[in-house]
Design a protein around this ligand. Structure first.
Ligand code: PMP
Length: 450
């Protein structure tokens, strides 16, 4: 494809016909129209190349341009393009078995299209599970402020970011929030461990104050990713697991970003040695090449849906969830991750990124650097003592300077709550050493010029 043909025409048609996701209209820069990708690099319509250190939206884990993924989807489309999972097909069976192996066994898998879908399914399963156990009043869910769990009315209700919600309320009812274990901003004089235990116990307190018989589940990511890369102390998740079990509340772990190797383990929660009741996943399952998500449910929970002959089954279907080509592509994607040892690679790359980027901690605008596997957040502040967040315009300038030099990074926060100051890095797990050199060097150069 010639990259220079019709550039202006395409840009003006983009303006005319395309509604961009989560993007302001005022003072907008011309869109970056991407045309191809290879490894960690993408090329825009003008032929400029960028290293995509966000893997699209945290999803292109095996990198761009994998022909074998396209071929897996093509072969399946030719053989059997579609059948609903009210019945079954071979790629769904094989993928469900594979996911079970990755999770460490004893889960049953429900397929959907997106991370939001997977979380909606988790909420519905949790409510029905309790009802079928005779606990009809358990309908509420607890999640954390700053976390993101999706864009649909339930998943958005679980989300703890005002900026995404306040124009669309009322959302689904029954969602409560507690503070996240943001150790960087913990009270003075408290150890990280003490603070994290206090945050976990705020969940127990909420369960008790709300009435334990009203709580269906707790949903959380192993590490808050899109809300600013908030990494808990290991005691936090252990304590949350203990509290959920004690009060018969289901623990739903959202692995939409942390799953499939990003954390340096197959799933993020495996870093903390806990066993969730429900695990939701999407993005990295197909490396973003096709839509697919899943809700993995512990066998004992699934058994409750089988007990009674009538009305006990899960009354949920989505037309495209677990479509054969997506499942076939996901299987090939996981095969690549295994063949190229990308889970271990994420750990190695992540450790190097944390070590070398860690040198920036003395930069006056850097408040905190947090990492989890091959995922990093750099929290920018105006003043290291007061921890006042760096104004969003200045954060935007740093991101623009990186982009100018061919490096795409992300930004997280909550503009309505008054901060948007965490830069994020989530490069493809298949990145080469040279790719990582480029990320680190470019970012350091940009920060040096600030
Ligand atoms: N959960 C988490 C943790 C996410 O990061 C996202 C998407 N960024 C979602 C759920 C929703 O996924 P989707 O955009 O596929 O609906």
């Amino acid at each position: 494809m010639s990259l220079n043909h019709g550039t202006m025409d395409l840009v003006s048609k983009d303006r005319q016909f395309l509604w961009h996701a989560f993007s302001p209209y005022k003072d907008q820069a011309p869109p970056m129209v991407v045309v191809e990708g290879k490894g960690s690099w993408i090329t825009d319509l003008n032929g400029k190349k960028y290293l995509d250190a966000m893997s699209g939206l945290w999803c292109v884990n095996v990198g761009y341009g994998r022909e074998e993924l396209a071929k897996a989807a093509y072969d399946q489309l030719v053989t059997m393009p579609y059948y609903p999972l009210t019945q079954s097909h071979v790629p769904a069976i094989r993928l469900a078995e594979k996911l079970n192996e990755w999770l460490g066994g004893e889960y049953v898998i429900f397929f959907s299209n997106s991370g939001s879908d997977a979380n909606e399914v988790a909420f519905k399963i949790a409510r029905q599970y309790h009802q079928q156990n005779g606990e009809h009043s358990r309908y509420k869910f607890i999640s954390r402020y700053r976390a993101y769990h999706g864009s649909s009315m339930g998943a958005l209700a679980a989300t703890g970011q005002a900026q995404r919600k306040y124009k669309y309320e009322p959302l689904s009812g029954g969602f409560l929030h507690v503070a996240p274990p943001d150790s960087y901003r913990r009270p003075e004089g408290m150890t990280e461990e003490e603070f994290n235990l206090q945050c976990a116990r705020a969940i127990e307190q909420t369960i008790i104050w709300e009435g334990r018989e009203t709580i269906a589940g707790v949903i959380m990511e192993p590490v808050i990713t899109g809300g600013g890369v908030i990494v808990p102390h290991p005691v936090y998740l252990e304590e949350v697991r203990r509290i959920c079990s004690k009060h018969n509340v289901l623990l739903i772990i959202d692995e939409v970003i942390c799953g499939f190797g990003r954390s340096g383990q197959k799933f993020g929660h495996l870093n903390f040695g806990i066993k969730p009741d429900i695990v939701t996943m999407a993005k990295g399952m197909t490396s973003g090449y096709l839509p697919l998500s899943a809700t993995a449910v512990r066998k004992e929970i699934f058994e409750v849906f089988k007990e009674k002959a009538d009305y006990s089954h899960f009354r949920h279907v989505n037309t495209f969830g677990g479509t054969p080509a997506s499942c076939a592509l996901a299987l090939k994607n996981l095969e690549i991750v295994e063949r190229e040892n990308l889970v271990e690679r994420a750990k190695v790359l992540g450790e190097r990124m944390a070590r070398e980027m860690g040198e920036l901690i003395d930069h006056p605008l850097v408040g905190d650097i947090r990492s989890f596997g091959f995922l990093m957040g750099v929290e920018l502040v105006e003043d290291q003592q007061t921890k006042q967040p760096l104004p969003v315009a200045q954060v935007g300038k740093i991101i623009a300077a990186c982009k100018e030099r061919g490096l795409i990074i992300g930004k997280n926060g909550d503009t309505v709550a008054g901060f948007n100051n965490v830069l994020t890095f989530s490069p493809p797990l298949s990145s080469t050493d040279e790719d990582l050199d480029f990320i680190i060097q470019t970012f350091k150069d940009v920060m040096k010029s600030q």
